[in-house]
Write a protein of this length. Structure first.
Length: 672
C-alpha cells in the first residue's frame, strides 16, 4: 500500500488516475443504466422484446472493440493524446446525456455504439500516457493501480446504481427510473474531461507508431503456436467455458431479475455480487488452497462455477440468487487469476505476450457471440409456467439459457481438468481435503505385505529403548518377524547425522536446520529400513519417529508444528505408525536416570523439556485412537504388560492364511 501511495504522490499521475477512476466508474455504471433503460422501454411489448433489447445493448457495447479495436489504437498513436482524451470524454458526456432525453431504443443503440467507438481512442491514449508520467521503477505499481481501479470500480458502480434506483422511485415514474443514473454517468465523463484538460504534462503524441493486428488475426496466429501445448489447450478450453457462462449471466441478468420481481436496485445488487465475489476469489482463493495443484484448481473452479449456476437457474428467490451469484463470481475469480498465473509460469517467455494477446482476443469474440445468441435464445423460448401438483413453477428462456451455460461450464471445466491434471492417480477428494486443512496431500506408498509399524516416543529417560526391546523379544517369542530400529542413526547416513545432531560440540545449528536434518535421517530410514521390512510382513518397532520432531523441534524449539508435519509427511511418504506408545515422565525424573554425560538435546534447560512433554501429550490427545499414553514412573513390569495388552488388540496372525487352510490349526499365543 505504501508503494501505491508513493505512485499517487506524483501529481500528474494522480490527476490521470482520478480521470481513470471516473471513466471506469462511468463505464460500469453505463452498462447497468443502459440495460435497465432498454428493458424498461421494451417491457410494454413482450418477454422476447425485453430480452432482445437488453442483448442488443450488450452487443453494441462489445462490437466496436472486436471490429475497430486495432484501428482505434493505431490512430490514437498519431493524435495529440491530451486532446484526444478530452474530446473523447466530452463526446461521451454528450452522448450519455442525450440517451434519456431522446428516450428511444433505436437512439440508445446508436449512441451506445458511438460511445464505445470513442472509448477505443481514449483507452490507448491513456495507456500510452502512463509511462510518461511515472519513473520506470514505479511503472509496475502504476499499472497495478490502474488495473485495480478499472475492475474495482465495478462494485462501486453497482452500489451507486442501486442507490440511484431507490432515489429515482421517489422522483420519476417507472419508465424513467434509469434516467438519473445516466445523468450522473454523463457527469463523470465531464469531470474526467476537465481533469485531463488541466493535465499539461501529457505528451502530444508518440514518436513511433505501431500497427496492431486484427482480433481475428490474433486468434488464428495464437492458436497456431499456443494450441499445440496441453497446458495452454486446457487454459483455452477452460477460459472459453468460463466466459461463455459469464456472458450468459451478463446477457440475461436484467431480464432474470425482473422475472424474480426485482427492480433496478436488485439488478445493481446482483451485478455488485458478481464483482465482489470475483475480487474475493482472485484475492483469497489461491491463498486458501495454496497446497492444491494450480492446474487442478483451475478446472475445479470452473466446474464449481457451473454447478453454482445450476442453482441460480433453478431457485427463484432473489436473496438466494444474490448469495449464489457472489459464490459464482468467487469461483470465476479463482479460475481467472489461476489461469493467468499458469500462463505466466508455463508458457515460454518469448511466447507469453502473444499468448496473453490471443486469450484476450478470444475472450472478446466469445463474449460477443454469447451476448448475440443468449438473448435471442431466451426470447425464442419465451415465458412458461409449469404446474407440479399444487405448485406453479415459472420456467422462462432465462432459466433455460442459464442451465445450458451451466452445463457448458461444467463440460469445459472437466475437459480443462483432464487436459491439465498434473497429479493423475491421486484422488481429488483427498487432495482437496488436505489443501483445505492447509497441508499438501502425499500419496502413501502401498505396502504389499502384512507388516505393522509401532513407534515408541517420549522425553529423555522415559524408558523407550528398554520397552521397545522387551516388546520385540515378546513378539519374536510368539512367532513374529520383528525389526527393531531407532532414530536418528539407523543407517550409515543416519549415523553421521546423529553425530552432528547429538554432539555437544555442534554449535550454531539453527532450529530449522536441525528439523531438516532429522527429516533427512527419517526419509532415508523409511526408504531403506522400515518400508522393506513392512513389505515382507514384518513388525517394525522404532525408537522415535515423526512425533519426536513435532514435540522437540515444534513445541520445544517453538517452530510451526504444521510446517514440520508437512516436511515429515513428504519425507516419509505419508507413512503413519499403526500404534504410537508415549511414555510420559516428568523431565526432572527422566533426566535424573542418566549416569553418563548428557548429549546436546539432553543438555537443554528444564523449560525446553517441559514444552516437549506438553507437545507429546497434545499430539496424543488429538488422535487418541492411535496413541497409548503410559505413566512411565510406574514399575517396569506393569508398563510392559499394559503395552502388550494394547498391541495384542491389533496384532496380525503370524502364520499365513494358506497354512491354516492346510493344517486346520492356528498358533497358540500365551502370555510371556
Amino acid at each position: 500500500m505504501a508503494e501505491r501511495r508513493g505512485v499517487l504522490s506524483i501529481k500528474p499521475f494522480r490527476r490521470l488516475w482520478i480521470a481513470l477512476s471516473l471513466s471506469s466508474l462511468g463505464d460500469w455504471l453505463s452498462i447497468l443504466a443502459l440495460t435497465a433503460l432498454a428493458s424498461t422501454i421494451a417491457a410494454s411489448s413482450s418477454f422476447q422484446a425485453q430480452s432482445y433489447a437488453v442483448g442488443g445493448v450488450l452487443i453494441v457495447k462489445m462490437l466496436p472493440a472486436v471490429i475497430l479495436g486495432p484501428v482505434g489504437g493505431a490512430l490514437a498513436d498519431r493524435l495529440d493524446r491530451r486532446l484526444t482524451m478530452v474530446i473523447a470524454d466530452v463526446l461521451r458526456f454528450a452522448l450519455f446525456l442525450s440517451i434519456p432525453l431522446v428516450g428511444r431504443l433505436d437512439w440508445l443503440f446508436i449512441a451506445t455504439f458511438l460511445v464505445e467507438c470513442v472509448t477505443l481512442f481514449w483507452i490507448p491514449a491513456k495507456e500510452a500516457t502512463v509511462p510518461n508520467l511515472v519513473p520506470k521503477d514505479r511503472l509496475e505499481q502504476a499499472n497495478q493501480l490502474s488495473l485495480m481501479t478499472t475492475y474495482g470500480s465495478a462494485p462501486v458502480a453497482a452500489g451507486l446504481f442501486s442507490v440511484l434506483a431507490l432515489i429515482s422511485r421517489g422522483f420519476f415514474d417507472k419508465s424513467h427510473q434509469a434516467d438519473l443514473a445516466l445523468y450522473i454517468n454523463a457527469v463523470t465523463f465531464l469531470v474526467s474531461a476537465i481533469t485531463i484538460f488541466t493535465l499539461r504534462e501529457i505528451p502530444s503524441r508518440a514518436d513511433q507508431h505501431y500497427s496492431v493486428p486484427s482480433v481475428l488475426k490474433q486468434i488464428v496466429e495464437g492458436w497456431r503456436f499456443a494450441g499445440s501445448t496441453p497446458v495452454v489447450r486446457g487454459l483455452i478450453v477452460g477460459i472459453v467455458g468460463a466466459f461463455a457462462a459469464g456472458g450468459a449471466v451478463i446477457g440475461i441478468a436484467k431480464v432474470y431479475v425482473a422475472a424474480l420481481k426485482g427492480g433496478d436496485a436488485a439488478y445493481g445488487a446482483v451485478f455488485a455480487a458478481v464483482f465482489l465475489g470475483l475480487a474475493f476469489g482472485m484475492f483469497l482463493g489461491p491463498r486458501m488452497l495454496r497446497h492444491l495443484s494450480r492446474r487442478r484448481l483451475f478446472g475445479l473452479a470452473i466446474i464449481t462455477a457451473g454447478l453454482t449456476l445450476v442453482f441460480v437457474a433453478m431457485i427463484p428467490n432473489l436473496v438466494v440468487v444474490v448469495f449464489l451469484t457472489t459464490f459464482l463470481g468467487a469461483s470465476a475469480g479463482v479460475a481467472w487469476v489461476t489461469g493467468y498465473t499458469l500462463v505466466g509460469l508455463e508458457v515460454e517467455d518469448d511466447l507469453r505476450g502473444r499468448t496473453f494477446g490471443f486469450l484476450q482476443s478470444l475472450v472478446r469474440v466469445v463474449l460477443l457471440l454469447v451476448l448475440a445468441v443468449v438473448p435471442l435464445a431466451a426470447g425464442l423460448i419465451g415465458a412458461h409456467q409449469l404446474r407440479l401438483g399444487h405448485v406453479t413453477y415459472r420456467f422462462d428462456g432465462t432459466n433455460a439459457v442459464l442451465l445450458v451455460a451451466a452445463l457448458l461450464a461444467v463440460i469445459f471445466g472437466v475437459v480443462a481438468y483432464r487436459q491439465m491434471d498434473d497429479r493423475r492417480g491421486i484422488p481429488l477428494g483427498r487432495d482437496l481435503l488436505a489443501a483445505l486443512k492447509g497441508v499438501p496431500y502425499v500419496e502413501r506408498e502401498t505396502v504389499t505385505g502384512r507388516g505393522m509399524l509401532i513407534a515408541f516416543e517420549g522425553g529423555e529417560g522415559a524408558g523407550k529403548t528398554t520397552q521397545a526391546r522387551l516388546v520385540a523379544i515378546w513378539l519374536r517369542d510368539h512367532g513374529y518377524d520383528v525389526v527393531t530400529t531407532q532414530e536418528p542413526g539407523a543407517t550409515k547416513v543416519g549415523m553421521r547425522l546423529r553425530a552432528i545432531l547429538l554432539d555437544k560440540e555442534t554449535t550454531g545449528l539453527s532450529p530449522r536446520a536441525e528439523t531438516l536434518l532429522y527429516a533427512a535421517d527419517r526419509a532415508n530410514h523409511v526408504a531403506t529400513v522400515i518400508q522393506p521390512a513392512l513389505r515382507r510382513g514384518a513388525i517394525v518397532i522404532t525408537d522415535r519417529y515423526v512425533d519426536s520432531s513435532l514435540a522437540y523441534q515444534g513445541y520445544g524449539r517453538d517452530l510451526p508444528v504444521d510446517e514440520i508435519a508437512e516436511v515429515n509427511t513428504w519425507a516419509t511418504g505419508g507413512l503413519v505408525p499403526d500404534l504410537t506408545v508415549v511414555l510420559d515422565v516428568p523431565p526432572e525424573v527422566g533426566l535424573g536416570r542418566f549416569a553418563s554425560p548428557a548429549d546436546r538435546i539432553e543438555s537443554e534447560p528444564q523449560e525446553f523439556h517441559q514444552r516437549v512433554r506438553r507437545g507429546f501429550r497434545t499430539l496424543a490427545e488429538a488422535e487418541p485412537h492411535r496413541y497409548l499414553v503410559i505413566d512411565a514412573g510406574r514399575p517396569q513390569p506393569a508398563i510392559t504388560r499394559e503395552i502388550q495388552d494394547r498391541i495384542r488388540e491389533i496384532l496380525p496372525d503370524p502364520i499365513p492364511a494358506g497354512t491354516e487352510d492346510v493344517t486346520s490349526t492356528f498358533p497358540a499365543i500365551t502370555d510371556a
